[in-house]
Design a protein around this ligand. Structure first.
Ligand code: COA
Ligand code: ZN
Length: 318
């Protein structure tokens, strides 16, 4: 099965109901974005960020992570963030977890969706979560069982699929083998992440086509960092092979504390600008996102990489 088959009947043109086809954006600034930013936002600022994201139309927000506060001090207030966010109906507030303790904390805090990570290479896996790849797959099995039993959605990300900060090139077959194993746990989604932003469109298209063959019908999501300015090109390539769900981070903030030189996520407003102009709908308000991005810049006390935040949306006739 190809990714396109999984989305059978959906084409880029407007459907018979006259509505544009949808690309879904998962907002990761509150977690992937802030965990590596030099700024320390308060819990209240994180809560306001999430509220602004939801006000701009987001329906899926990665709100927090429940990992060791020693490993990632900036995410230590996960419980307080989840408790502080006013819940909006129809919005899924997800949390990243890497072990049993994490999933218990996330469920207790009211996470709608539990997200796990399995790194594709051994050295990075040790650096990130002090486990072999196999051990982290086993940890995910346990996390997934706990989350599903509690009625939470589950999603798991395979990290470093296009390249590893420690081991360099990553064998695509290895990535696809991990995808197949994770798909067996019955997640709502498997994501492929170019954590260090080294991927290029041809590689990304081939990986997603391969993953669709191995994922047994489980939906796929893309997660791209713009470290080498290839993220939007990679998203366009993934769209071409049928992927319709992508992570992005307001302003393009983010990185990974355990991946040297892994700078920003692709910026939400840049993805939204591109896919809207390509004819997709996202349910997001670009102007509101740009306003939120400018607000975030002020909170962080430094500029954000997003070009669309500087340039604005498509010019209106004067
Ligand atoms: N929540 C809170 N504290 C946790 C925790 C969790 N989910 N998991 C572990 N801890 C604490 C333990 O209590 C222990 O604390 P102590 O030293 O005071 O006793 C310490 O962390 C180590 O615990 P241990 O079970 O031995 O874990 P570990 O050392 O094997 O580390 C991880 C494994 C996954 C917990 C740790 O590497 C981690 O949290 N990494 C974060 C990676 C991350 O978030 N990366 C970015 C996103 S992918
Ligand atoms: Zn990331």
């Amino acid at each position: 099965m190809t990714v396109a088959d999984q989305h059978a009947g959906s084409t880029r043109e407007t459907g018979s109901d006259g509505r544009a086809e949808r690309v879904q954006i998962v907002e990761v600034a509150p977690r992937d974005g802030l965990q590596a930013d030099p700024a320390d936002l308060s819990t209240a600022q994180k809560v306001e960020l999430i509220e602004r994201l939801v006000a701009a139309g987001h329906t899926r927000v990665e709100a927090a992570s429940f990992v060791s506060p020693k490993a990632v001090p900036k995410m230590a207030d996960g419980e307080a963030v989840m408790a502080g966010v006013p819940r909006t109906q129809g919005v899924s507030y997800s949390a990243l977890v890497l072990n049993q303790r994490g999933v218990e904390r996330a469920l207790e805090a009211g996470a709608d969706e539990v997200c796990g990570v399995v790194v594709a290479t051994e050295t990075f896996s040790q650096a990130n979560q002090r486990a072999t790849v196999d051990e982290s797959i086993q940890r995910w099995r346990a996390i997934s069982a706990t989350a599903r039993a509690a009625g939470a959605r589950t999603a798991v990300t395979v990290s470093a699929v296009c390249g590893c900060p420690y081991e360099g090139r990553v064998d695509a077959d290895r990535v696809l083998g991990i995808v197949a194993e994770l798909a067996e746990t019955g997640p709502d989604e498997v994501a492929l992440a170019d954590t260090i932003g080294v991927g290029v469109p041809t590689q990304v298209a081939a990986l997603f086509e391969g993953a669709a063959q191995r994922a047994g019908g489980v939906a796929l999501r893309g997660h791209f960092h713009n470290t080498r300015n290839t993220a939007l090109a990679n998203i366009a390539a993934a769209i071409e092979v049928g992927v319709r769900v992508f992570d992005s981070s307001l302003g393009g903030v983010g990185g990974c504390p355990f991946a040297p030189r892994a700078t920003g996520n692709v910026a939400t407003e840049e993805v939204v600008y591109m896919v809207h102009e390509m004819g997709f709908e996202t349910g997001l308000d670009l102007d509101a996102l740009i306003e939120a991005s400018t607000w975030l810049e002020a909170q962080l006390g430094h500029g954000v990489p997003s070009l669309v935040a500087k340039a604005g949306g498509f010019p209106q006739p004067r």
